[in-house]
Design a protein around this ligand. Structure first.
Ligand code: S3P
Length: 181
């Protein structure tokens, strides 16, 4: 039963592949990922946090000298490492699944879940924090619209597609658990 998801253990999953959450910035991948991991009794990790740890710099600091290409390269290496470890729930940055190599790796070795939400919800959620380099000095709605148009064809390649609305994240977690079952 979905509402009894806390009792689901990793051994009762149909397979032991990592679960990788993809989708636009602000959609709630980290919050949903933590809740999902706890329901499944497995570890949660955020690839942006791991990139920052590995580099000893913030994402914004990595973007400055290396530019986006340098960041994507580091992101691919960190995600490859996370995938090679014990299966876990991995929340990825919004652009990770757009990178061809990163996407191929995720498609081959993981269950990918695209979390999708209306633009108004994304705009409201990204406004809560100011750490995202792609939004600095620009109108968030404009950037999110552009990125969403470019990225949707890639996100559509994920194994599972769920929508997040303005309701509690637990609803999205339940949709993912249902799809995984
Ligand atoms: C990015 C999203 C960010 C982070 C970086 C680039 C993107 O992660 O990886 O700022 O390209 O959409 P979140 O999706 O967790 O905000």
């Amino acid at each position: 039963m979905i509402s009894d998801s806390n009792s689901t253990s990793v051994t009762s999953r149909q397979n032991d592949l990592p679960i990788v959450l993809v989708g636009m910035m602000g959609v709630g991948k980290s919050t949903i990922g933590k809740m999902l991991a706890s329901s499944l009794g497995i570890e949660f990790v955020d690839s942006d946090d791991e990139i920052e740890k590995a580099a000893g710099m913030t994402i914004a600091e990595i973007f400055e000298p290396s530019g986006e290409d340098g960041f994507r390269d580091g992101e691919r290496r960190v995600i490859a490492r996370l995938i090679s470890e014990e299966p876990k729930v991995i929340a990825t940055g919004g652009g990770a699944f757009v990178n061809e190599q990163t996407r191929a790796l995720i498609k081959e070795q993981c269950i990918s879940v695209w979390i999708d939400a209306d633009l108004d919800i994304l705009v409201e959620r990204v406004a809560r924090r100011s750490h995202r380099p792609l939004l600095v000095g620009r109108d968030p709605r404009e950037v999110l619209t552009e990125l969403s148009v470019k990225r949707t064809p890639f996100y559509e390649q994920a194994d599972i597609h769920v929508r997040s609305d303005s309701g509690p994240h637990a609803r999205t977690v339940n949709s993912i658990l249902e799809a995984l079952a």
